[in-house]
Design a protein around this ligand. Structure first.
Ligand SMILES: *[C@@H]1O[C@H](CO)[C@@H](O)[C@H](O)[C@H]1NC(C)=O
Ligand SMILES: *[C@@H]1O[C@H](CO)[C@@H](O)[C@H](O)[C@H]1NC(C)=O
Ligand SMILES: *[C@@H]1O[C@H](CO)[C@@H](O)[C@H](O)[C@H]1NC(C)=O
Ligand SMILES: *[C@@H]1O[C@H](CO)[C@@H](O)[C@H](O)[C@H]1NC(C)=O
Ligand SMILES: *[C@@H]1O[C@H](CO)[C@@H](O)[C@H](O)[C@H]1NC(C)=O
Ligand SMILES: *[C@@H]1O[C@H](CO)[C@@H](O)[C@H](O)[C@H]1NC(C)=O
Length: 283
């Protein structure tokens, strides 16, 4: 807004640049906000015993010192002035790693968290007994021998597609642990037509991973329909009595028939002998 502004501007401009350079040379702290450090990915989810790659990068054009701090085994795969790619391996527990760069005497670091997991496999389902009468109780037992982290695991017992029982777990250790549930259920007539299974889900999405799903082999239940007890007893009793009567009557018929036959034959024998006797007397 003033006509003398341009004349005032030029001396400022001519003094400004050397002043800025002087400030950079004598006050290293002034470059603090001038660069950034990045790590990619910031959250890693790695299967037990597997390896992963980490890219450390910076906006600093010519960093003097750089590196990845970790207790894990690492190798530098590729290095450029503004980034370095590492492979970390032999991951056996949850850990944090740091990328660092030094620019103009100032060091910045950025960390990345590594979550180690054991996939939920195998998933073992056992039905006990496998042969069950309608109305009786059977037990479903689902077991995952080694899985981690347990706190992100859900086990679901299924009849066909229908969930019968859902269980979540607690425990934050990275060491693999056994997860097991048992559930008692009453046998229904239609249970024999469905497959029973157990589904394990390890949800690592909040930690930067995925959803790992495994399902057990399907198991079948043999359903037996009972006869009501007293009805069964009556039927058995009636059948036994009828059978006895039948056997008895057959036996009686046989015995009486034999006796009658013998008596008749006996009579004939006596009559014949008598006749013979009378004939001999007459003679
Ligand atoms: C590492 O990250 C930097 C910055 O994002 C990128 O330019 C570079 O291509 C990445 N390197 C690899 C190997 O992905
Ligand atoms: C991984 O660690 C084990 C012991 O912790 C070691 O014996 C093995 O050599 C390591 N493997 C690699 C590839 O470094
Ligand atoms: C990792 O970095 C975050 C943010 O910079 C920080 O809050 C956290 O304390 C760091 N963790 C470790 C173990 O250094
Ligand atoms: C997984 O575990 C983490 C750490 O305890 C927890 O914050 C998160 O809510 C869990 N996520 C799921 C989906 O269970
Ligand atoms: C299931 O039933 C068995 C025997 O019938 C019993 O020992 C067990 O405690 C029951 N389990 C549950 C979870 O109810
Ligand atoms: C049960 O599982 C078996 C084996 O996987 C399969 O062949 C059969 O179709 C399944 N039955 C039902 C009702 O899903």
């Amino acid at each position: 807004a003033s006509p003398w502004m341009p004349s005032e501007m030029s001396p400022f401009c001519c003094w400004g640049l050397p002043a800025a350079l002087l400030a950079l040379l004598f006050c290293p702290g002034s470059g603090e906000e001038a660069f950034e450090v990045y790590v990619s990915p910031e959250q890693l989810v790695v299967k037990h015993g597997e390896y992963s790659e980490i890219n450390c990068s910076t906006s600093c054009l010519q960093p003097t010192v750089s590196g990845l701090e970790t207790t894990l085994s690492k190798i530098l795969l590729e290095k450029q002035p503004q980034w370095e790619l590492y492979r970390v391996f032999n991951i056996s527990k949850d850990t944090v790693v740091y990328c660092h760069f030094t620019c103009s005497g100032k060091q910045l670091q950025r960390n990345a968290s590594i979550t180690m997991f054991y996939p939920p496999e195998p998933v073992l389902l056992k039905l006990q007994p496998t042969w069950v009468t309608v109305g009786k109780v059977f037990t479903m037992e689902c077991r995952v021998p080694a899985v981690a982290p347990l706190e992100n695991l859900t086990l679901t017992l299924l009849r066909g597609q229908e969930p019968l029982h859902v269980q979540r777990f607690e425990g934050a250790t990275a060491a693999p642990q056994e997860a097991m549930i048992t559930h008692n259920s009453t046998a229904h007539k239609e249970d024999g037509r469905h497959n029973f299974s157990c589904r394990a889900e390890l949800d690592l999405q909040p930690r930067g991973g995925g959803l790992i799903q495994r399902t057990s082999e399907p198991q079948v239940l043999e359903i037996h329909e009972p006869m009501p007890d007293n009805q069964m007893v009556i039927i058995i009793a009636v059948v036994s009595v009828l059978l006895l009567l039948f056997v008895a009557s057959v036996l009686l018929c046989f015995v009486f028939g034999q006796q009658w036959h013998q008596r008749r034959r006996g009579n004939y024998g006596v009559q014949a002998a008598w006749r013979r006797l009378r004939r001999s007397y007459r003679a």
